[in-house]
Design a protein around this ligand. Sequence first.
Ligand code: NI
Length: 277
Amino acid sequence: MPKLLSNEAIAAFKRDGFYSPVRVMSAADAQRYRRALEAHEALAGKPLQGNWRHKTHLLFTWADELVHHPKIVDAVEDLIGPDILCWTTNFFIKEAANPGFISWHQDSTYWGLEPHDVVTAWVAFTRSDLISGCMKVIPGTHIKDQLPHVDTFHRDNLLSRGQEIAVEVDEARAVPCLLEAGEMSLHHIKLVHGSEPNRSDDRRIGFAIRYIPTHVRQIKIRDSATLVRGSDRNGHFDHEPRPKVDLDKSALAAHADAVGRQVKALYEGTDKTAFRA
Ligand code: NI
């Protein structure tokens, strides 16, 4: 018996490489998470930046709570089984009326994870639709081999290297993942996806949580991850500590260590030493 998803949803994910939408919390709860993020930003006097947009669950207790959210993890368990690590989290924040976009890509390109049993839970803190630049996917492309990508490092591209697929993408087949606040989409690491700028008058905030079963390996470096359910009999990753207090000394140290490793893996072959601002 699946824990959260229907058998049809699981079959659709296997066939299409994604499933959307899944309601995982109320709109009011999503608003609470947004307020937690924005309370920090108000104190800092600027939007969440650079390295702190990545592995954010090691810095803030509310983000840690989200990666352990029972409904999110239940849905993920239905797809990858009961022993689950959170490999990373990435905020995709598009400010109102901003040119930031995401080129067509496969997540598998630079991650170094094998095999490709990797699921992203993309949780909407705000509505994500055609006007605000929601994620678009090309169904069924997760079955394809890894496609060649080129690094553009384009200023407005929200991806680490501004990487984009070097061959033609059949955009006519693209499907938008329309989400209300408190809903999530689920997608496979090899699914071709991208998104356009936010043309709305509000921020568009998505929190992408990357989950792997414990048998997955990181082939580039010795990496770390957070065990969120079950047990880890494989030991391919060092386990990360959960933050007890937002941004305290041990949380900052754990985050710096984990992000340092990830930057090494994702920017391998470049001179970058941090995520872009
Ligand atoms: Ni992606």
